[in-house]
Design a protein. Structure first.
Length: 262
C-alpha cells in the first residue's frame, strides 16, 4: 500500500470516530435524544500526519443528524467532505465527499440507582466510487461496524468506555486490502463549572489487513461549553500514533457545534 493511501485510511478512521462520538470525543456515550428528540452536529477537523519525513494535511467538515425513535433508541445519518493535501512529491491532493453512514444507538440497560448504563451502536458506511477510493477519500465497498458503550455517572461527571469492531471493504484490494479494526477506549468527563466540561480520551487500536497487524494509540484533551442545555460548543486536541514501519504521528485539532431540538 502506498504511504499516502495508508495515511488517508488512518485519518479517515480517526475522523469518522470523532464525528460519531460524543463531541469532541472519539469515545461515545449511552445518551439518546428521547422519543421525538432531534440533534444536529457539525464538526471541523484539521489533521497533520507525519511519516518518513513527509506531512499530509487533511481538512474534514462533517455533519450528523440524529432522531430519537423511542426513549432508548436513536437513528442517525452522517456525511462528510474532506480535502487531503499531500506533502510527498508526485502525490496529488484529493478533494471530495467521504463515505456517508447510517446507524442506530440502542441503550439496552440502565440502572438509575447505580447510574450505570450500556448501549450498542451498529453503523453502516456506504461505498464510494473507485476513483475516490484510489485517492484516499474512503472505501469503495459498503463497510460496517459496531460499538459497545458503557457510561458510569460519577461525583465529578461521568466516565464513558467503548469497545469497537469495524470492517472496511475496498474495491481495489491489491492496492488497499480489506481491513478489520478493533478499538478500546475510555473517556472521563469533568463538570467543573456550570456551563463547562473538561474532557479527555485515551484508546488503543489493532488493525489487521493482508495478514499484517498494526497497533496504534491516541489521547485527547478538550473542553465543552454549553450556554444552554440544548447547545454545545466543543474544542479538542488529539494525538494519534500508528505503529507502522515507518511510524505515523498525527496531530488533530477539532471543533464542533451540537444543537438539540424537538
Amino acid at each position: 500500500m502506498q504511504a499516502s493511501k495508508l495515511l488517508a485510511g488512518m485519518l479517515l478512521a480517526a475522523s469518522a470516530a470523532s464525528a460519531w462520538g460524543y463531541q469532541p470525543l472519539i469515545t461515545d456515550d449511552t445518551g439518546t435524544q428521547g422519543q421525538g428528540g432531534n440533534q444536529l452536529e457539525f464538526s471541523y477537523e484539521r489533521d497533520r500526519a507525519k511519516q518518513a519525513g513527509f506531512t499530509d494535511t487533511t481538512r474534514i467538515v462533517g455533519s450528523t443528524f440524529t432522531r430519537g425513535l423511542t426513549d432508548t433508541l436513536d437513528a442517525f445519518v452522517s456525511v462528510s467532505h474532506m480535502r487531503i493535501s499531500s506533502g510527498q512529491p508526485g502525490v496529488d491532493s484529493a478533494n471530495g465527499n467521504g463515505n456517508p453512514a447510517v446507524g442506530v444507538k440502542w441503550r439496552f440497560y440502565e440502572n438509575e440507582a447505580s447510574k450505570l448504563s450500556f448501549a450498542l451502536k451498529p453503523i453502516l458506511s456506504f461505498s464510494l466510487d473507485e476513483n475516490k477510493e484510489a485517492v484516499g477519500l474512503g472505501s469503495g465497498r459498503t463497510s460496517y461496524g459496531v460499538t459497545g458503550i458503557m457510561t458510569q455517572e460519577t461525583w465529578f461527571g461521568a466516565v464513558h468506555a467503548n469497545l469497537v469492531a469495524d470492517r472496511t471493504r475496498n474495491s481495489n484490494t491489491a492496492a488497499n486490502p480489506n481491513s478489520t479494526m478493533y478499538r478500546a477506549s475510555v473517556a472521563p468527563v469533568w463538570d467543573f463549572q456550570e456551563h463547562w466540561k473538561a474532557v479527555s480520551d485515551i484508546g488503543v487500536e489493532w488493525e489487521r489487513a493482508a495478514g499484517d497487524t498494526t497497533h496504534a494509540y491516541f489521547f485527547e484533551l478538550g473542553a465543552i461549553y454549553s450556554p444552554s442545555k440544548d447547545l454545545d460548543f466543543a474544542f479538542a486536541f488529539v494525538h494519534y500514533n500508528q505503529r507502522t514501519h515507518p511510524g505515523t504521528n498525527t496531530n488533530i485539532l477539532t471543533a464542533g457545534v451540537t444543537w438539540r431540538f424537538k
